[in-house]
Design a protein around this ligand. Structure first.
Ligand code: DP6
Length: 332
């Protein structure tokens, strides 16, 4: 039995909490170039492998916490109040409760996502990162970014990378309480790096990441090779970032994503997140590469593609993918 999330968080908090009237925070969404797939501890979201992502600049979640004047918890998403028996509000309030631990501190949570709805991007990473930062400010905790990153991880693993801008590595850590498993910013910028969001489908997935990774570990023999693949890819990504080798970055990210999907497809029941349009988009990327364009893709546990390319190739990529939503994580 692992240590509980609440015990880990309470160990870092003062005995008396002093909430402000209100506090807010922003956190960016992130896209993994080396994926997190598989947990060694499901309670604390401790990963089997290290992962590496790039944060999406101004695209993400802004969360405002207000000490509730009406004495009742309330949760709003983009201005609309959410029912507390529905997963969105239930998960947020459960996370807030890890901090309150029974203390009577009713709160209103206002969450605004500016991730384009058409992008089909998960918002749980930026959502839990912004909520963690807002809790730190609301309760005047003044905790270090690494501690907050480890806390955000307990909301959703990938959220620990959204505490930081730019390239971020999430180290697996070795401690039982997981406090050494958090995001670590990589001090390198890549101006001109572009991410194109190819929307195949939005809406709820039949099997979320959490259940998907568990099924893969339990049923896919192929999963045994995943930690080795991830370790090798992480090494290559560090090299690519240090030497600004775009071909190495793109190739590694694409192969990493396809390797992760291979483990999912080899699960039982099979987990295939791709739609025919996903495969058509992959083939278009491969055709563009054969024609000499440096464009690559990555995919999470869903049907949408995220294209990787550099700013000078943006017109050609946009011509091949009309209506592409483009993000420049480091500016153009
Ligand atoms: C495929 O972070 O959503 O996007 O920790 O269970 O909340 P939980 O999972 P989550 O999984 C993300 C999986 C991924 C790869 C990645 O972002 O690294």
């Amino acid at each position: 039995m692992s240590i509980t999330k609440q015990a880990v968080i309470q160990a870092q908090l003062p005995a008396k909490l002093a909430p402000q009237d209100a506090a807010e925070a922003f956190a960016p969404s992130n896209i993994a170039l080396c994926k997190y797939w598989g947990k060694r501890d499901a309670e604390l979201n401790l990963p089997i492998n290290n992962s590496l992502s790039v944060s999406l600049g101004h695209l993400g979640t802004r969360t405002r916490l207000e000490s509730a004047p009406d004495g009742t918890d309330r949760v709003y998403l983009n201005g609309v109040e959410q029912a507390q028996d529905q997963p969105f509000a239930a998960k947020l309030l459960a996370f807030v409760e890890l901090f309150r631990a029974g203390r009577a501190l009713p709160v209103h949570v206002h969450t605004e996502n500016n991730i384009p709805t058409a992008a089909g991007l998960a918002s749980s990473a930026s959502g839990f990162a912004a909520l963690t930062l807002a809790l730190d400010r609301w309760l005047q905790l003044g905790l270090a970014p690494e501690v907050l990153s480890a806390f955000a991880r307990m909301g959703s693993g990938s959220a620990c990378r959204s505490l930081f801008e730019g390239f971020v590595e999430w180290r697996d850590g070795i401690h039982d309480d997981g406090m050494d498993s958090h995001g670590v910013p990589i001090p390198a910028r890549w101006p001109g790096l572009q991410i194109g969001l190819v929307k195949v489908a939005t809406g709820e997935k039949a099997v979320g990441s959490r259940a998907g990774m568990q099924r893969t570990i339990e049923t896919a023999h192929l999963y045994q090779s995943w930690p080795l693949q991830a370790a090798a890819d992480l090494e290559k990504l560090h090299q690519a970032i240090a030497s600004r080798d775009f071909a190495l970055l793109g190739q590694t990210a694409e192969q990493n994503a396809l390797s992760m999907h291979a483990t999912m497809i080899a699960s039982w029941p099979p987990l295939l997140y791709w739609q025919p349009e996903s495969v058509a988009a992959m083939q278009r990327v491969w055709q563009l590469r054969e024609a000499g364009l440096a464009v690559y893709f990555t995919m999470d546990a869903g049907p949408n593609l995220k294209l990787l390319f550099e700013v000078q190739d943006r017109p050609a990529v946009e011509a091949a993918f009309p209506g592409l939503e483009v993000v420049a994580p480091f500016g153009d």
